[in-house]
Design a protein around this ligand. Structure first.
Ligand code: HEM
Length: 463
């Protein structure tokens, strides 16, 4: 293929071979489509094209195009009814494979099914509930560290909190001094991997550029940490029963009596670690930001906590008596979904909305776009937790709200994340109010997850 233009023409021909129709979409620049707009502001671009072109949009990017599906039915089709025709997209894999290996997030087929079966028992509700004291303890550690009037970057604070919780629930032990180093390594590697995946031209990972050298060092550090803990656990033997996630994965046995190899354990641990702490930290960070901008919602939350808990810390049994707290979390995950986009690549022909797509098509669905669609949410850009109190979840069409994905690849850690969020928000909002430092501009930065660009600087007020 000698030019990008001819590649796109060929692709169009392939797409229209059966149905003779291709979805509408922006044209962009001749060679690169809308790649630059996508790099600059993917959130705005996605909302704009769905407004202009409807529920199924063809977005041209370098050498190929992506199909953005923006109707609940199509989202259900992709994630549930036609899911066997799709794999996680090569985009996702390229971004994360070196970090996560063949972990649950990106593995496929029979291998994924076996790993999911082995990991699932560790995420049963009664197991997850056992982590509640650890989660509360991590919130308490932060609370002890804060003084009335302190100014902190709440995005960093929440990352530290969930990192500590992830380390302790995964490994059942704290790694003094190492938890922060793990956080720094993960953050660097995520940015590094994403830049590489999005770059039009890629310098080979083996070339000794400063970034590549640092990546090699950080990968080495994380790998040796996980292998060391696996070895420690093995040395302690079965007599020493642990209830942490890693021990449960180590003990999990398939019907044929086989267990995970150290490499599989490493990949799954890294996956749970990454998928678990970052997304939950973002949920917490966006919560403090949104509450600070919506004093009526903040007051109502404080009132509910005072009424139900008084002075005592929340426990698992309290959570069903805290409907407003749960509504706040649902609303935060609607407006700032940490997983804001998901992509799949077809391994068999598929069809959506009357359009036929050949093998190799890349489909995207975006929580960011769908969750702010005025057809399903009144006043979608406003933070209104109340909307969840009158049965909205039951009225929404399936596919209109999917912060944890859907279908067989739905998030395995949903219960874990919701429990941790509720306990931490409950425990901290009981004792503190967080005020945005005047002049701070908070904007979402769409990396692998939806992060607050430049963090969220807030003043902490004791209540
Ligand atoms: C608010 C927090 C969280 C959000 C918003 C979130 C979101 C998601 C989403 C959207 C998916 C599906 C991705 C896809 O289908 O392409 C997913 C998958 C996954 N999540 Fe989460 N997640 C969260 C917390 C967690 C936690 C706490 C853990 C683990 C402790 C976790 C582990 C995983 C794993 C392993 C998968 C892959 C599951 C599979 O394919 O079998 N997540 N998550």
């Amino acid at each position: 293929m000698n030019s990008n233009g001819s590649t796109q023409t060929q692709e169009l021909k392939r797409m229209s071979a059966n149905g003779n129709r291709v979805p509408p979409g922006p044209k962009g620049l001749p060679l690169v489509g809308v790649s630059f707009n996508l790099l600059q502001d993917p959130l705005e671009l996605m909302r704009r094209v769905t407004r202009e072109y409807g529920d199924i949009v063809r977005i041209p990017v370098i050498l190929q195009s992506r199909i953005l599906l923006n109707h609940p039915d199509y989202i259900q089709q992709l994630l549930l009814f036609q899911q066997s025709r799709f794999h996680k997209s090569t985009l996702t894999k390229e971004t994360t494979e070196r970090l996560l290996g063949q972990g649950l997030l990106i593995s496929e087929g029979d291998f994924w099914r076996r790993q999911r079966r082995l990991a699932q028992p560790a995420f049963h509700r009664h197991r997850i509930n056992e982590y509640a004291p650890t989660m509360l303890d991590c919130a308490e550690m932060k609370a002890r560290d804060w003084r009335d009037g302190d100014t902190r970057n709440m995005a960093e604070e929440m990352m530290e909190l969930t990192l500590e919780a992830a380390v302790r629930t995964l490994f059942g032990t704290t790694l003094p001094g190492e938890a922060q180093q793990v956080g720094r390594a993960m953050t660097f590697l995520m940015r590094y991997s994403l830049r590489r995946a999005r770059a039009p031209l890629r310098i080979p990972a083996g070339w000794p550029t400063p970034k590549n050298r640092r990546a090699t060092k950080e990968f080495g550090f994380l790998d040796s940490l996980v292998y060391r803990i696996i070895e420690e656990r093995k040395a302690q033997g079965n007599g020493n029963r642990h209830s942490d996630l890693l021990s449960m994965l180590m003990g999990a046995m398939d019907e044929d009596g086989t267990q995970m190899t150290p490499r599989q354990l490493r990949d799954e641990t890294m996956t749970l670690f990454l998928a678990g702490h970052e997304t939950t930290a973002l949920t917490l960070s966006w919560t403090w930001y949104l509450l600070s901008q919506n004093p009526a919602a903040e007051a109502r939350l404080h009132e509910e906590l005072r009424g139900v808990l008084g002075e005592r810390a929340p426990g698992v049994a309290d959570l069903e008596r805290l409907p407003y707290l749960n509504a706040v979390i649902s609303e935060v995950l609607r407006m700032y979904p940490p997983a804001y986009i998901m992509a799949r690549t077809s391994i068999a022909p598929s069809s959506f909305g009357g359009y036929d797509f050949p093998v190799g098509s890349t489909m995207m669905v975006s929580q960011w776009v769908m969750h702010r669609d005025a057809r399903y949410y009144d006043d979608p850009d406003s933070f209104r937790p109340e909307r969840w109190l009158d049965g909205l979840a039951g009225r929404l069409p399936a596919g209109a709200y999917f912060p944890f994905g859907d279908g067989p690849r739905r998030c395995i850690g949903q219960g874990f994340a919701l429990l941790e969020s509720a306990l931490v928000i409950g425990a901290l909002a009981q004792r503190f109010r967080f005020e945005l430092v005047p002049g701070t501009v908070v904007a979402p930065e769409p990396l692998v997850t939806l992060r607050p660009k430049n963090g969220i600087r807030m003043t902490i007020h004791a209540r």
